[in-house]
Design a protein around this ligand. Structure first.
Ligand SMILES: [Zn+2]
Length: 247
């Protein structure tokens, strides 16, 4: 479906498309995918849940607010992680690939070494001519095309400054957390960083904390067994869901 105007973010720059609903007087549809096949043209793939939609119908387009918040957290988290990696590796670590959706982000880049801690910084979105953006050192990414007037997303001023058309949080603290969940090789000299963001990030850290507490508990019980001459303790091992010392 094509609308004369839309609040939905089309998949671009590594950010997955928005989810939400279209409602008409006697019809409702769920938005499954949003693409921009040509500049200025946004197409919505929908599943009609009730009634019928016809050309010329007036619809109310509403992005799922929870989805959008998650998408903003994940996309801003991608910028923060990218800047943190560049801080460690230097300017050569320009991300050749990224993907983000609510709760999850992925960054592919040349990488060796450790990452710095997360940071809390102000976020700002500005529009400016492309030449001006280049002058202040905004990062333009491979494989992206830019018009003459560009959108610059700053987090912490010059610390993270990228040309970007995606959706972002108003302040970096709204990202909640960027929890690294994986680091692997995806090709010659190319590493993949994966992270959980927002609520998913907190949930991941809670699970990881509970796991660490369990491992510590097992080690203590093992030590007690040794001290008592190797007798079994007669206590059933903890299972997932027992509770434990999670945050
Ligand atoms: Zn971006």
């Amino acid at each position: 479906m094509v609308l004369d105007r839309t609040p939905f973010h089309a998949e671009s720059g590594g950010q997955d498309s928005d989810a939400g609903r279209l409602t008409a007087a006697s019809a409702e549809a769920e938005v499954l995918d949003v693409q921009r096949p040509l500049p200025g043209l946004v197409t919505h793939q929908v599943r009609v849940l009730a009634g019928e939609l016809a050309p010329g119908d007036e619809v109310t387009a509403a992005v799922d607010p929870e989805w959008r918040l998650g998408a903003r957290q994940a996309h801003s988290g991608t910028h923060v992680l990218h800047a943190a990696v560049r801080q460690v590796l230097g300017p050569a670590a320009l991300q050749p690939g990224a993907y983000n959706r609510p709760g999850y982000l992925r960054l592919d880049l040349p990488w060796r070494g450790a990452l710095s801690a997360a940071t809390r910084q102000e976020g700002e979105v500005r529009r400016m001519p492309l030449a001006e953006a280049r002058r202040i050192g905004a990062l333009a990414l491979f494989g992206e095309t830019y018009g003459e007037d560009v959108r610059v997303v700053e987090i912490g001023g010059a610390w993270s400054r990228e040309l970007c058309g995606g959706t972002h949080v108003a302040h970096a603290s709204q990202i909640g957390v960027v929890a690294l969940t994986g680091e692997s090789s995806v090709g010659a000299g190319l590493r993949r960083l994966e992270a959980a963001t927002g609520f998913e990030g907190f949930a991941y850290l809670a699970r990881a904390g509970t796991g660490a507490a369990r491992r510590t508990g097992r080690a203590r019980r093992g030590a007690a067994r040794t001290a008592e001459g190797g007798r079994p303790q007669g206590r059933a091992p903890r299972r997932a869901g027992d509770g434990g010392a999670g945050p």
